[in-house]
Write a protein that binds this ligand. Structure first.
Ligand code: FEO
Length: 396
């Protein structure tokens, strides 16, 4: 990839990871990008780096604009290794003594990741750094996505380098929102649901803070995916909406199955939900990746989880999904459990306990059916789905 000029004197020197399909447990079917930025001013400044294995490509992209040795400042918005993994190579090439600006937590965390004693310059929230004709303001954004995270805002260009926030795991020829159109919103939603959902309250507070500061944006440039230049407000509005987790008239039925009995239950519960007027669909955990399902969980009002009983416990994929979902802290959901069993039948109780631990509203005791559902049991599942659908409509 060649560097891309995104504004006068501002270049995207990042890289595309076309082939990654699993980003620490998140399915990245179209790969991703690690964006890094070069600002050519009186002080030539690099904002963020890329994953370690792409260091050569980053340095080559920088060299296509300026000699890397001429870089005066490095800004690290975030320690996670997809953005700082090639820092050691970069610092070695440009000069180990060059100032490295980061948050206070960034200095602490980078020092834990790297043994080199770099010239750390921890910055305060709101601190301004002159680059020459331009200046950069640093905004502390703790937990978006790590305690060290911060944004860098170029005041004169009104460009926000937002690190992980507003990103998408998407690698394509397109670099801007006006080139992808609305299709990019699905990728942005998946990214939010799987990485940032649990920080919704912090995101809402940050959006308020930015409004109070009166910041305007010509462009929002995250470290993953495309840049928002046509309508930066659109992704901010989407983040505000997603952070609130307002439940929609929508249900997801998530399950695994051994001999299709729990599957029959799932599909019958979906029928019942739809009969109640709630759009629903079943998600077989071995047909859909957990990160795809979480994207659907984000705005669903009802989450119904089914597991057969295996060796007195949960089916492993169901346990995996519940662990994953719990960590992302979905809110404002109706929850219910179901499953078929042979003789002991613990799974429905175990799912129910997990949903209760996530503070989902429980309106129905779990539904257990032994061995294979007969026509009467199928009707029981349909009625179960209908009651959940009715309760959701009443709640909205
Ligand atoms: Fe893209 Fe939290 O790193």
């Amino acid at each position: 990839m060649q560097p891309v000029k995104i504004a006068d004197g501002v270049y995207d020197v990042g890289v595309k990871d076309w082939n990654i399909r699993d980003f620490h447990g998140y399915s990245t079917d179209l790969g991703t990008t690690y964006n890094a930025f070069l600002i050519v001013d009186e002080k030539i400044t690099l904002v963020d780096t890329v994953k370690k294995e792409f260091a050569d490509q980053l340095l080559s992209n920088i060299a296509a604009v300026v000699d890397p040795k001429k870089i005066d400042y490095v800004i690290s918005n975030h320690t996670e290794m997809d953005h700082s993994g090639s820092l050691a190579r970069v610092m070695h090439r440009i000069g180990e003594d060059k100032p490295l600006f980061c948050s206070k937590m960034g200095a602490k965390n980078l020092s834990s990741h790297f043994t080199q004693k770099w010239n750390y310059r921890p910055v305060e929230n709101g601190e301004v750094l002159s680059l020459g004709k331009r200046s950069a303001t640093f905004l502390e954004t703790r937990m978006l996505h790590w305690p060290d995270s911060m944004f860098t805002y170029l005041n004169e260009d009104k460009i926000l380098f937002s690190s992980d926030a507003f990103g998408q795991h998407f690698a394509g020829q397109e670099r801007f929102d006006d080139e992808t159109g609305d299709a990019i919103m699905g990728h942005a939603k998946k990214y939010f649901a799987n990485i940032l959902m649990l920080y919704g309250a912090k995101i809402l507070k940050l959006i308020e803070q930015v409004k109070e500061m009166g910041l305007e944006f010509n462009m929002i440039c995250p470290d993953h995916g495309i840049f928002w230049r046509q309508d930066p407000g659109k992704i901010i509005e989407a983040y505000a909406r997603w952070s609130q987790q307002t439940p929609q008239k929508k249900a997801v039925v998530i399950f695994d199955t051994m001999w299709h009995s729990t599957q029959q239950m799932a599909e019958s519960i979906v029928d019942g939900l739809e009969q109640a007027g709630v759009p629903a669909r079943p998600f077989h955990l071995r047909s859909f990746h957990r990160s795809e399902i979480m994207t659907e969980v984000l705005d669903a009002g009802a989450i119904i989880v089914g597991s057969p009983t295996l060796n007195n416990g949960l089916f492993p994929t169901v346990a995996d999904f519940l662990t994953y979902m719990k960590g992302l802290k979905p809110k404002n959901k109706i929850g219910a459990a179901f499953g078929s069993y042979g003789w002991s039948g613990e799974s429905v109780r175990l799912v129910t306990e997990q949903l209760e631990a996530m503070k989902f509203d429980s309106i129905e005791p779990g539904l257990k059916i032994q061995y294979v559902p007969d026509p009467e049991s199928i009707e029981t599942c349909v009625a179960f789905g209908k009651r959940i659908g009715k309760a959701l409509i009443e709640k909205l």
